[in-house]
Design a protein around this ligand. Structure first.
Ligand code: HEM
Length: 131
């Protein structure tokens, strides 16, 4: 993208989520975890993408559209190496940077790191490890 967006809209969130999960679905380490939980077909993925549009809209635009339980969802996944959160965050930041200017990218980065930390704490608690 040549012109970087300096603001966030529902459309830019869709673009970000769609492009991010295209990367996730190609990543050798993340792909199997997601495919096992969601499936391999676009039709199976759309409900996940719809939830993620709502999630990011709630966080970035305060739309209050998301009513899910992300901690529980991740806790219910088969155990995976928590270092994969770094890869997730790297791909997410890369996607934000493809679309947005530095300020907006930094905002997304900050929020994604905070949520990732909360999810990791919840997973570690569940598996009995000290946080
Ligand atoms: C390595 C890191 C991660 C993995 C492997 C992962 C995996 C998954 C999977 C497989 C699902 C679908 C669960 C299902 O529908 O059954 C999911 C849902 C979700 N993930 Fe993640 N995730 C990761 C990190 C994150 C991070 C960092 C965030 C937020 C910044 C996040 C936010 C969400 C949300 C909001 C949902 C939807 C939960 C719902 O159904 O309401 N995930 N994740």
């Amino acid at each position: 993208m040549s012109e970087k967006l300096d603001h966030i809209t529902e459309d830019s969130i869709k673009m970000l989520v769609d492009q991010f999960y295209i990367k996730v679905r190609k990543d050798p380490d993340l792909k199997p975890i997601f495919e096992r939980a969601i499936g391999t077909d676009d039709g199976q993925w759309q409900p996940h993408l719809d939830r993620m549009y709502d999630f990011w809209s709630s966080i970035m635009l305060a739309s209050s559209r998301y009513h899910g339980t992300p901690m529980k969802k991740h806790n219910d996944l088969p155990p995976f190496d928590l270092s994969l959160f770094d890869r997730w965050l790297e791909l997410f930041e890369e996607t934000a940077r493809d679309i947005h200017n530095e300020d907006v990218t930094a905002h997304y980065k900050d929020k994604s790191i905070r949520v990732a930390e909360s999810i990791k704490i919840a997973i570690r608690r569940k598996s009995g490890k000290v946080v």
